[in-house]
Every structure is written in C-alpha cells, then in structure tokens.
Design a protein around this ligand. Structure first.
Ligand SMILES: [Zn+2]
Length: 129
C-alpha cells in the first residue's frame, strides 16, 4: 500500500480510535472455561482468571487450603486437583495452551524456573573425609 496522505490519515484515525480489547469480561475461566460468573477471582495465572467457584477452590485461607493449582511439567501446564478424600494432589487436565494468558504464564514460569535454579543452586554434596 502506498503511503498517500489518505492512507496516513486513515492510519492516524485508526490509532486515535483504537481501544485495547477489554480482557476481564469475556475471557473464560482458565480452569472450567465458563464465561458466566458473578465475580472473577485471582488464580495462578493472574487476577480475574478464575470464575467465582474455581477462585474459591484456589484461595488459600487459614481455614481451608487450596484444592486446585497449576504446575508446569516440562513445558506442559497441568492443572492439579486435590482429592477431597485422600488429600492427595492428582493431575486433573492439561491447561489450554491456546489461551494467551496461559501461554504467557508458561513463558513467565520458565523464566522463573531458570532464575530459581540459577540463584538457588542445589546444595553441593558434602565431601566425605
Ligand atoms: Zn471456573
């Protein structure tokens, strides 16, 4: 496309009217995929990424421990769920890597893991005398 004055004007108009998409309302819950919730709660991926129900399960208050969590196994994000009878964490499902919030989280986690292993190296084995 040629950068004629009309094209430039159109581009300026586009920039002037451009609004970033609102993220909070329409994106589904990162755990159960619902788009309907009275309130959105923080999750492992960030604020307002869990619906009310899942957010409560993720909350870690003094009274009750969290029963869902997200881990990175290799490069695969896996949702864990605590079995209410045995209190053992079980793999629930692989998180939706198509979700941009989850792919961002994976990148962040990978960097974080790299940093933690750099700055907190495993303790060196004690030499036997
Ligand atoms: Zn949910």
């Amino acid at each position: 496309m040629l950068a004629t004055p009309e094209v430039i004007d159109a581009y300026i108009d586009f920039l002037k009217n451009y609004k970033p998409p609102k993220l909070k309302s329409k994106l589904p819950c990162t755990f159960c995929k619902t788009t309907e919730s009275t309130t959105w709660r923080p999750g492992p991926i960030g604020p307002s990424t869990l619906c009310n129900k899942c957010g409560v399960n993720y909350m870690d208050s003094g009274k009750r421990n969290r029963t869902i969590d997200l881990i990175l196994r290799g490069s695969t994000p896996v949702w864990l769920k605590k079995d209410v009878n045995s209190w053992v964490w079980k793999e629930h499902m692989v998180a939706d890597i198509e979700d941009p919030r989850i792919s961002m989280w994976i990148q962040r986690e990978m960097i974080r893991n790299k940093l933690t292993s750099t700055y907190n190296p495993p303790p060196a084995k004690k030499r036997r005398l």
